[in-house]
Design a protein. Structure first.
Length: 68
C-alpha cells in the first residue's frame, strides 16, 4: 500500500486554481513539471502533512488501475 492509498491516513485533496499556482511543482504521478499558472491538485495525507504533493488533475484521477 502506498501513501496515496491510505498508508498515512485519508488524503485531503484540494484544488489549486491557476491564479494560485505561482511555483513550479513536480507531479509524482508522471515526474513532469506542473508549470506556473496551471490548475492542479494538492494532495495531503492526513497523518503526514509534510508529505503533501502537487498532482496534475489527470495524473491523480488516473493513478489507480481502472476497475471497469
Ligand atoms: Zn502528472
Amino acid at each position: 500500500m502506498s501513501m496515496w492509498d491510505g498508508l498515512y491516513g485519508d488524503i485531503d485533496v484540494r484544488r489549486v486554481q491557476p491564479y494560485e499556482a505561482n511555483k513550479v511543482y513536480i507531479c509524482p504521478g508522471c515526474n513532469q513539471d506542473i508549470p506556473v499558472g496551471m490548475g492542479h491538485y494538492v494532495c495531503v495525507p492526513a497523518d503526514a502533512v509534510d508529505l503533501r504533493r502537487h498532482w496534475h488533475y489527470a495524473c491523480w484521477d488516473n493513478r489507480l488501475p481502472k476497475t471497469r
